[in-house]
Design a protein around this ligand. Structure first.
Ligand code: SF4
Ligand code: SF4
Ligand code: SF4
Length: 292
């Protein structure tokens, strides 16, 4: 069995308690228009092209899918992720996002980081959506637990409940995204409504799991009283939620969008004062700590 990952990044301090190694799964069932990791949306490997490094040598025009032009142009929708352009490029302008690893190979890459976890830290499965590769996520979580390493899963919640439930024995905490309260708005901005997500969140809460609600706040999309009230209602309906994390929009995904041949997402990052105001407003409304 192999999982498809985009990255394994050590020393993360934003994806759960302590110092963690974050494992980024490739593939996501949602298409959030503000996605900060757009290279994780598609499930298979794909080329990323850094145009600023391209010396326009034309070598990548050998692409068998016609996804590359003679001057380094990239027509991403045609890419099959075969890897040829990355192997031919003399300027390191092309790379392939997406590596296929077994759970054991993934564990071997993580183990050197274990001394830094110091009991509190561990590994966070994120992405993309880890639950889109449920068997791999389960096998890796089980191996990590056998080595005494704590596992946190970040999920968008859009997955069959059985796959989420199967992770429960191995996972110490879920970072559960809550993006928009209104189902139609959720569908408009992410490609799917939030009915299944809400249902899974309720079931996960009933199961007794530790849950942190992660709320991306995107100016002009969900920085609204209605959505803030919706978050507050959730914290009252699900009183064992540990906390709410606010994730203000940032524009870092746009560099990666450009490398994938996509236009910029068009959103603007809030200033620090605005983000603090969101935190204060939500803290007034919610029954649990709200962290920025
Ligand atoms: S990886 Fe490169 S060569 Fe292969 S299909 Fe994609 S663009 Fe073409
Ligand atoms: S092979 Fe590399 S340097 Fe040459 S045109 Fe393609 S991307 Fe540019
Ligand atoms: S759930 Fe996360 S990875 Fe998936 S599209 Fe939305 S922001 Fe991107």
């Amino acid at each position: 069995m192999r999982g498809v990952l985009t990255d394994i990044i050590p020393f993360s301090v934003n994806d759960g308690p302590g110092i963690r190694t974050s494992v980024f799964f490739k593939g996501c069932p949602l298409r959030c228009r503000w996605c900060h990791n757009p290279e994780t949306q598609s499930a298979g490997p794909q080329a990323m092209v850094l145009q600023s490094r391209c010396i326009h040598c034309g070598a990548c025009a050998a692409c068998p899918s016609g996804a590359r032009g003679k001057a380094g142009e990239y027509f991403a929708s045609r890419c099959t992720g075969c890897g040829l352009c990355a192997s031919l490029c003399p300027a390191e302008a092309c790379r392939i996002s997406g590596m296929a690893l077994t759970p054991e190979e993934t564990l071997a890459r993580i183990l050197p980081d274990k001394p830094f976890f110091r009991g509190r830290g561990g590994v966070t499965l994120t992405g993309g959506e880890p639950l889109l590769q449920p068997e791999f996520a389960r096998a890796l979580s089980s191996l990590l637990r056998q080595r005494g390493i704590g596992v946190v899963v970040e999920t968008c919640g859009f997955a069959p409940w059985e796959d989420l439930a199967a992770l429960l024995p191995y996972v110490s905490r879920f970072l559960f995204d809550w993006k928009l309260t209104d189902p139609e708005q959720h569908r408009f901005w992410t490609g799917a409504d939030n009915g299944l997500i809400r249902e899974n969140l309720k079931k996960l809460h009933e199961s007794g799991a530790d849950i942190v609600l992660r709320c991306p706040i995107i100016p002009g999309v969900n920085d609204t009283p209605a959505h803030f009230d919706g978050i507050a209602r959730l914290t009252k309906e699900l009183p064992r939620l540990i906390q709410v994390d606010i994730l203000p929009y940032h524009a870092l995904g746009n560099d990666k969008r450009a490398q994938l041949g996509l236009d910029a997402d068009g959103f603007r990052a809030p200033d620090e004062e605005t983000a603090r105001r969101w935190q204060n407003e939500l803290q007034e409304l919610c029954g649990v700590p709200v962290l920025l």
